[in-house]
Design a protein around this ligand. Structure first.
Ligand SMILES: *[C@@H]1O[C@H](CO)[C@@H](O)[C@H](O)[C@H]1NC(C)=O
Ligand SMILES: *[C@@H]1O[C@H](CO)[C@@H](O)[C@H](O)[C@H]1NC(C)=O
Ligand SMILES: *[C@@H]1O[C@H](CO)[C@@H](O)[C@H](O)[C@H]1NC(C)=O
Length: 414
């Protein structure tokens, strides 16, 4: 899983120093590392990228959640339904969409070593809500092992999700390194009842992320998850992005079943990939084919980058604002390990949690304003665009054609 390793390495790098300037420099290294070993910049691009590394510095603002609720008057971002379920001052999360379950799938070895901070923050959050929590050990869980013969854990996880989805109305699947930074949110804020599956785009490369998603207990969602897992057996042998690579074409097929020649073009590009950069050409192909549509009723919604319930903490050096709910990429057991400070100044004591903000020992200077977070995301976005691999900037209908292999029947399914 080279992509994952790269990301993990990068995240470690990005968070190994709390000083924002150093984080900025690490970010630049990250971009170079992420998007090709020898990127060639024009003078203009270089300046823009440098500028952006300087601007990742985020000033802090006051701490405390209670006074700054997400309110119904907050128009233009939250739609009416969303505002109506927004959490107010750590108050109740009304179960307006039925039973909501959080599932974290782990394997014994890594869970105990790396994810304490993320998992403790999740537990602290859960104590203040009525959501059901499932920590599923993929190695030993009886139900999963009866129904999921997969031996690649990333695929087995989606099969496990399809199994436990049956016990709830909505299932939020989380990576073990996703933690709650701001508990003053309800999961219902991101549930969209127009669809059965909810994904989001990874901030730094526009890929539809596979680690965290929300599924509704419907035959469509169960089938989607099960068949996603079964791609373990038919995935191409080259550098393919594993379950995350599979997800792109799996969604494309589910939401645009008639786009056969486009799907075949992306599939060809996918199978030609031999590393991260060429793999990204496939991601672009799927993205171009899906176009600007983000919601397919009864099927899938894909949140824009930075609009989901979770984003990579590294984007803002773990600084956060009121809109943030969860941050992703907390790979250390304790705060302070390998220089990673985490947004918390000490370990969680779960016994303290449950009422209001009790148990949440934030670092005061890690909480910041929306404007600051927006500025960081804007800068990161610009850098990610500038440094996007050249070979991944494909126009699939130009390079692959879209009627040559199927004429005169290309439109038969439309
Ligand atoms: C949990 O459920 C109980 C009983 O229905 C309710 O009184 C309480 O407000 C709920 N808590 C939250 C945080 O939603
Ligand atoms: C991480 O924390 C858990 C729980 O406290 C502990 O069992 C485990 O040994 C720790 N791992 C490391 C590598 O420190
Ligand atoms: C799924 O849930 C329904 C009702 O909750 C139950 O009747 C059915 O047996 C379950 N199916 C599986 C495969 O567990």
């Amino acid at each position: 899983m080279l992509v994952r390793q790269k990301i993990a390495a990068v995240v470690r790098k990005g968070r190994s120093h709390a000083d924002p300037l150093i984080v900025g420099i690490c970010f630049f290294i990250f971009i170079v590392f992420m998007f090709g070993s020898a990127p060639i910049y024009s003078a203009e691009e270089k300046t823009a990228a440098d500028e952006q590394t300087k601007q990742i510095k985020i000033p802090s603002s006051k701490i405390g959640l209670v006074d700054e609720d997400v309110s119904a008057s907050d128009s233009g971002y939250l739609n009416k339904e969303r505002a109506s379920v927004a959490r107010q001052a750590m108050g109740p999360c009304r179960p307006v969409h039925g039973k909501v379950t959080i599932l974290v799938a782990v394997v014994t070895t890594s869970y105990e070593r790396f994810y304490n901070v993320a998992q403790d923050s999740l537990r602290c959050y859960l104590k203040s809500t009525n959501y059901t929590f499932l920590l599923i050990n993929l190695d030993t869980d009886k139900r999963v092992n009866e129904q999921c013969g997969h031996n690649q854990l990333f695929f087995k996880k989606h099969c496990a999700a399809s199994v436990y989805l049956n016990d709830t109305d909505w299932l939020m699947v989380l990576d073990a390194d996703a933690g709650v930074v701001n508990p003053n949110h309800c999961i219902e804020e991101w549930i969209d009842t127009r669809v059965d599956l909810i994904f989001y785009e990874r901030f730094f490369n526009w890929e539809i992320a596979s680690g965290n998603y929300i599924a509704r207990n419907t035959p469509f969602a169960k089938h989607f998850l099960k068949t996603w897992a079964d791609w373990q057996y038919e995935q191409p042998k080259n550098f393919n992005g594993a379950d995350n690579g599979v997800l792109q074409i799996h969604i494309l097929k589910a939401v645009l079943p008639s786009a056969v020649s486009e799907r075949e073009a992306c599939d060809r590009i996918w199978r030609r990939g031999d590393g991260y950069d060429t793999y990204m050409a496939y991601v672009t192909c799927v993205k171009v084919t899906l176009g600007a549509t983000r919601l397919w009723p009864g099927k899938v919604r894909i949140y824009r980058r930075g609009h989901g319930w979770v984003r990579d903490g590294m984007l803002t050096a773990d600084r956060w604002c009121q809109r943030d709910f969860m941050l992703h990429g907390w790979k250390h057991n304790r705060t302070g390990i390998a220089g990673w400070m985490s947004p918390f100044e000490k370990e969680f004591n779960i016994d303290e949690c449950g009422i209001g903000e009790a148990g949440w020992h934030w670092r005061k200077d890690y909480r910041t304003s929306e404007e600051n977070i927006k500025e960081s995301l804007k800068n990161f976005e610009r850098g990610a665009g500038i440094n996007f691999p050249k070979v991944a900037r494909v126009h699939p209908y130009l390079s692959e054609g879209d009627i040559g292999s199927c004429w005169p029947h290309c439109d038969d399914l439309v």
